[in-house]
Design a protein around this ligand. Structure first.
Ligand SMILES: Nc1ncnc2c1ncn2[C@@H]1O[C@H](COP(=O)(O)OP(=O)(O)O)[C@@H](O)[C@H]1O
Ligand SMILES: [Mg+2]
Length: 355
């Protein structure tokens, strides 16, 4: 097992600066997820750790060894890709054993390691099939099996579930979580899916445009996002962003309002804010409720969606903007009816507008 340390890592293709100075510390045995929108540099970063791409500048260490110039085979890493990259003309057994065959392992060693991987992945009954006789989830399991038999210190996954349908994705997500618990290896997992990030990670690295936006435990990022980007990216439905004006500042809190929002005092740690400033009030849909008495936000119901476990209500605010409330109870509000929404100011976030 091994820790991974990135220090001011950069990558450019000619004039295109793709990774713009990234510092990340991943502990031994940690499950770390790189998450961010398509094109933000997740795969590039992972491929640099694997040794499949050079690093333009900076330093990358696995354990105590700087590996900038070490070839992939000597890094103790194994990578699993979105496209399974398994060989159609080989059986599952041959595919899983492929890396061992290349390395000249004996038949006895291959049999033992393949059997162990098959047991871990519950695919003993599939070993003599060919990939064409497997489902997408089973094929991805073969690709993971091929990584397991190499006993890597570090597993690298690049969107391994993106080709699977939604139900299977959830099953495989849980299996990868279990695999991490069983093997205890360091894992880095790349995805654009915030649900995978929230559910799998010990540590999430949120990336945008080649830069780290925030690093932390899933619930720390969820409850204390450093900026608008992280706030909007994690959580579903997305956090509501409401334009407000600062009416007063009081130490670490600010009194804010708008035409549809009664003045409310909220924490203002992500400041500085001054009286008269425009700011963005962030409210998660789950923390909004239909107020019994007069609430703070005033509007009318625009849409109701009953999802079973929760009911999502879109409210058109008096000032023309919309907010989404996710209510835990089963309730129907007629479209056009006036509602007031309440929230606990301790659950509100105040951000500076982006430039
Ligand atoms: N070989 C390359 N040459 C030039 N630009 C590249 C190359 N590979 C990737 N890029 C660019 O680098 C950026 C990051 O790509 P990538 O790491 O694949 O993003 P992600 O995996 O987050 O979707 C993209 O803008 C992409 O176009
Ligand atoms: Mg990618």
């Amino acid at each position: 097992m091994a820790s991974i340390t990135l220090r001011d890592v950069r990558k450019s293709y000619g004039n295109a600066h793709v990774i713009k100075g990234v510092d990340i510390d991943i502990q031994d045995g940690e499950f770390c997820v790189f998450v961010g929108p398509s094109g933000c540099g997740k795969s590039t970063l992972l491929r640099m750790i694997a040794g499949l791409e050079d690093i333009t500048s900076g330093s990358l260490a696995i354990g105590d060894t700087v590996v900038n110039d070490l070839p992939p085979a000597q890094r103790g890493v194994a990578m699993v890709f979105q496209s399974y990259a398994i060989f159609p003309h080989m059986t599952v057994r041959e595919n899983v054993a492929f890396g061992l065959t290349i390395a000249g392992a004996s038949k006895a060693e291959k049999d033992a390691k393949v059997a162990e991987a098959a047991r871990i992945l519950q695919m003993e009954h599939l070993l003599d099939r060919r990939p064409s006789q497997l489902s997408g989830g089973q094929r991805q399991r073969v690709a993971i099996g091929r990584a397991i038999v190499r006993k890597p210190e570090v597993f690298l996954f690049d969107e391994p579930l993106s080709n699977l349908d939604a139900a299977l994705r959830m099953d495989m997500r849980m299996e990868i979580g279990k695999l991490h618990q069983q093997l205890g290896a360091t894992m880095i997992y790349v995805t654009h899916d915030q649900v995978e990030a929230m559910t799998l990670a010990d540590k999430i690295v949120v990336l945008r445009d080649g830069k780290v936006m925030q690093i932390g435990a899933p619930m720390d990022l969820y409850h204390d996002p450093a900026n608008l980007f992280v706030a909007g990216f994690l959580g579903a439905p997305s956090m509501n962003f409401i334009d407000v004006t600062v009416k007063a500042v009081n130490g670490n809190s600010a009194l804010v309002f708008n035409d549809a929002l009664d003045p409310v005092e909220v924490s203002a740690r992500r400041g500085p804010f001054r009286v008269g400033d425009r700011a963005i009030l962030g409210l998660r849909p789950q923390y909004l409720s239909i107020a019994e008495g007069p609430g703070k936000l005033h509007g009318t119901v625009a849409l109701t969606e009953r999802l079973g476990a929760e009911t999502v209500v879109e409210v058109a605010l008096r000032n023309g903007k919309a907010v989404i409330a996710a209510l835990s109870h089963d309730a129907v509000y007629p479209i056009g009816s006036a509602v007031d929404l309440g929230f606990d100011p301790a659950q509100a976030h105040l951000f500076q507008p982006e430039e």
